[in-house]
Design a protein around this ligand. Structure first.
Ligand code: DGY
Length: 319
């Protein structure tokens, strides 16, 4: 008997074809968002769940999952939507999909930096709404990215690709990480042992840390105050790492010149000030949204399932 896999969202065609070939998947062709109750009911008799970050596996949900479920093979690198402690104590294996989305997410980070610095949202709105009237030396003047200092919080896989791409703009890389990286991974980036040490060196600040209790609202008013005036902030990690009230206040005062955001607290319902402000460049959580990457995420989740059901250790086990 092939293992039964509950697949919570519509996945790329090639991935669903593979699922249909090797497993007994329960697919979600209309791609609706499952409530916790529907998730638990639909998992009845399933051996595994292949969810996205849109489904929340709280301790309560995990407790109520049918005993048949032995692995949660996430279609995401982030796994903050899963209470890993609760999963561990129930003996549930949890995996993620690292590496395969680093290029796509770093691309979006560079886009956020350029979009925020060069006022792309404002410019696009102006052209689209027919409110572009003139050219002048003072019109739509932004901040140049070339040669500036980029501070990265979290020099993991995505952070390192962002650093590499940013070096193409002659940017000088500074970073803070829980642990200092070896020189081959640092590639010349300057380490700062605390976020407080890093902040004064950031003309641009890119947040690439994972969402965890330690990083909750790591970008707060105190740390924003340590940034150079007119710094630019971008976030393609998780909304939880930003204190929205502090960031919107700094965007209003001009302490922060602009922000480029792809992720938000409570998304898709976001802090209303972000929409109201002109100096924000906003994307709807599309960091990994390329055909290549979405296929690769699916195949990576399948590699984890294949290993698990063959009795091997899944390569991307996080619990
Ligand atoms: C991830 O993989 O964590 C992306 O944010 C999409 O879920």
């Amino acid at each position: 008997m092939k293992p039964v896999i509950l697949v919570t969202r519509k996945l790329p065609e090639a991935v669903e074809e593979r699922l249909l070939r090797d497993y007994m998947p329960r697919l979600n062709p209309d791609d609706h968002l499952y409530s916790s109750d529907e998730l638990i009911e639909s998992a009845s008799g399933a051996d595994a769940i292949l969810p996205c970050h849109t489904e929340r596996f709280t301790a309560q949900v995990i407790q109520r999952l049918p005993v048949s479920v032995r692995i949660i093979a996430n279609y995401s690198v982030g796994f903050d939507h899963v209470d890993v402690e609760a999963a561990r104590s129930r003996g549930l294996v949890v995996t993620n999909t690292p590496d395969v989305l680093s290029d796509a997410t770093a691309e979006v980070t560079i886009m956020l930096m350029l979009g925020a610095a060069r006022r792309a949202g404002e410019g696009e709105r102006m052209v689209r709404t027919g409110t572009w009237r003139d050219w002048s030396p003072s019109f739509m003047v932004g901040t140049q990215m070339t040669g500036k200092r980029l501070g990265i919080v979290g020099l993991g896989r995505v952070g390192r690709v962002t650093a590499r791409r940013a070096r193409g703009f002659d940017m000088i890389i500074h970073y803070h990480n829980r642990r200092r990286l070896p020189p081959d991974l640092e590639e010349g980036a300057v380490f700062h042992p605390t976020p407080e040490d890093l902040m004064p060196h950031c003309d641009f600040l890119a947040l690439h840390c994972i969402s965890s209790p330690e990083t909750y609202r790591m970008l707060n008013a105190d740390r924003i105050a340590l940034l150079p005036d007119g710094a630019i902030v971008v976030n393609a990690s998780r909304g939880t790492v930003v204190d929205d009230d502090a960031l919107t206040a700094a965007l209003k005062s001009g302490k922060i010149a602009a922000a480029g955001l792809d992720v938000y607290n409570g998304e898709p319902v976001i802090h209303p000030e972000y929409r109201a402000l002109q100096n924000t460049f906003l994307m709807p959580h599309i960091g990994s949204a390329t055909k290549e990457t979405r296929d690769a995420m699916g195949f990576r989740a399948l590699e984890n399932l294949d290993a698990f059901f063959a009795g091997r250790e899944p390569p991307d086990r996080v619990a």
